[in-house]
Design a binder for this molecule. Structure first.
Ligand code: NAD
Length: 480
């Protein structure tokens, strides 16, 4: 494998740009600094947006087929450098190889598939007298702001449809995981004209400057609900379009007829994929009381026998560290809250702070109260409350009793019952007897305070466009 050079630069108007001030990036498995990255100034952001604005006219005027080919080529580029990106993603994010492979492979797939999507003009009326057509025109300059849990995939979910629709993009990675994003955009300049795709790195202020920038037309944002509120507030000043993909507190409902041993690995991955740093992780597991003990014990057995927490770079690691010190402290706080309230742990429960990285043991909290913080809030770390239910109506109401509405799942052999319950859950994605299935052609988004708008599918593509309706009176001005 040829490793990327360790010079991380911003890309502005097709040029590599460094800054006098830099910020460190850490390996979460060791807490060691692995790279210094540029810290963008407000003036540099201005020149990035100006270049994106200048590039917008020619880029949007290109035939859609040409944009399709170039976006698909970005997918080829990722595939050509897959090994370097997988290693870099593990290094900066902490996830083990299987997760990094899924994310880089998925990013390439998304680029190629979204490249094929088109929004046909809608002929609303076509008569001898009139023609009325609605078409979809690109919005302009898009500011893409992404978090640290899936830094590549979530940036591609924005870059691919924006470029395909004819917009230009300024990408801002999370300050915790900028490396893959900076490298990808640097390499993408071999394929795209200058200014079409730029990348600037910096802190949270840089995100705020983007949301306030008068010449950015849309903010495509993934992150916490708290930050989403800031984004919506500051976008309001210039009536910017926004897509907000925010936090979640996904329930999973386990029916009385499950086979405990068979379902346990599925439920484990539903909750702990990406070390539970996943918007769509199962964060509340409602198990029917008749199988509660069996399912809990099968989960504990699976965790004890099959799961190794460690450095993502080690081949036998199942789950990596928490990605950063801020999140590690938040997760520690949930452990402390459970301990001080005397909740029982079925497994885990104690964080060993002497470890070299931000490691947390996989933890199951055994039937804590419904109003506890671990049930009501989003811990975004590997600590999962198991809860008992007996009455169908009651469990549906508990599952829906949240400000969030991102995802949900139901598990059981009686498919009528599974579908009946699933249809009453308030969430953007409801998985039945499966979980974490995504597709470039499947709309993804949150209900309630989990988001606004959606990504993926033609609905997601449409969010990078304005509707424009043209009406033609064919008879006007003609002799009768
Ligand atoms: P975050 O909200 O702290 O940060 C997200 C991004 O916003 C970062 O790039 C950050 O620098 C930037 N930012 C921070 N303050 C800003 C401001 N005032 N204006 C503009 N940008 C600003 O989120 P995080 O901790 O990086 O990610 C974890 C959260 O993201 C969790 O709540 C998780 O559920 C959510 N998430 C949601 C989805 C989804 O698709 N719904 C996917 C992944 C993660």
């Amino acid at each position: 494998m040829i490793e990327f050079n360790t010079n991380y630069v911003m890309t502005i108007n097709g040029e590599s740009v460094a800054t006098p001030k830099t910020q460190p990036t850490f390996n979460p498995a060791t807490k060691q600094v692995i790279a210094q990255v540029p810290d963008c100034s407000e003036e540099q952001l201005d020149s990035t947006v100006t270049a994106a604005r200048q590039a917008f006219g020619p880029w949007s005027a290109r035939p859609a087929e040409e944009r399709q080919q170039l976006v698909a080529k970005l997918g080829d580029l990722l595939e050509q450098h897959a090994e370097e990106f997988i290693a870099l993603l593990t290094l900066e994010q902490g996830k083990p190889r299987a997760g990094a492979e899924w994310e880089i492979g998925g990013s390439a797939l998304w680029l190629k598939e979204i490249a094929t999507q088109t929004l046909p003009e809608e002929i609303v009326e076509e008569t001898d007298e009139r023609k009325v057509v609605t078409r979809f025109t690109p919005l302009g300059v898009v500011g893409a702001i992404v978090p640290w849990n899936f830094p590549m995939l979530l940036s591609i979910w924005k870059i691919a449809p924006a470029l395909k629709a004819g917009c230009t993009v300024v990408l801002k990675p999370s300050p915790y995981t900028p490396l893959c994003n900076l490298k990808f955009v640097e390499l993408a300049q071999k394929i795209l004209p200058p200014g079409v795709l730029s990348c600037v790195s910096g802190g949270n202020d840089l995100g705020r400057w983007m949301t306030e920038h008068p010449d950015i037309n849309k903010i495509a944002f993934t992150g916490s609900t708290e930050t989403g509120r800031h984004v919506a507030r500051s976008a309001a000043k210039t009536i910017k379009r926004v897509t907000l993909e925010l936090g979640g507190n996904d329930p999973a409902i386990v029916m009385p007829d499950v086979d405990a041993k068979a379902v346990a690995p599925e439920l484990f991955w539903a909750a702990f994929q990406n070390n539970a740093q996943f918007c769509n992780a199962t964060k509340r597991l409602y198990i029917h009381e008749s199988v509660y003990d069996e399912v809990r014990d099968a989960l504990v057995e699976f965790i004890n026998n099959e799961v190794k927490v460690g450095d993502g770079a080690d081949a036998d690691t199942t789950l990596g560290p928490i990605q950063n010190s801020m999140q590690y402290e938040k997760v520690q706080n949930y452990f402390a809250d459970c301990q001080s309230n005397g909740y029982s742990f079925a497994v885990g429960g104690e964080i060993d702070t002497s470890k070299p990285g931000w490691f947390v043991p996989v933890t199951l909290v055994d039937n804590p109260p419904e109003d506890s913080r671990i049930v009501q809030e989003e811990p975004f770390g590997p600590i999962l409350p198991l809860l008992k239910w007996s009455d169908e109506e009651d469990v549906i109401s508990r599952a829906n009793d949240t400000i969030y509405g991102l995802g949900a799942s139901v598990w059981g052999k009686d498919l009528d019952a599974v579908q009946r319950i699933g249809s009453q859950l308030e969430a953007g994605t409801v998985w039945l007897n499966e979980v974490h299935q995504y597709s470039p052609h499947q709309a993804f988004g949150g209900h309630k305070q989990s988001g606004l708008g959606c990504e993926n599918s033609l609905h997601g593509l449409m969010e990078y466009t304005n509707w424009q309706t043209t009406t033609l009176n064919k008879k006007a001005g003609q002799a009768s």
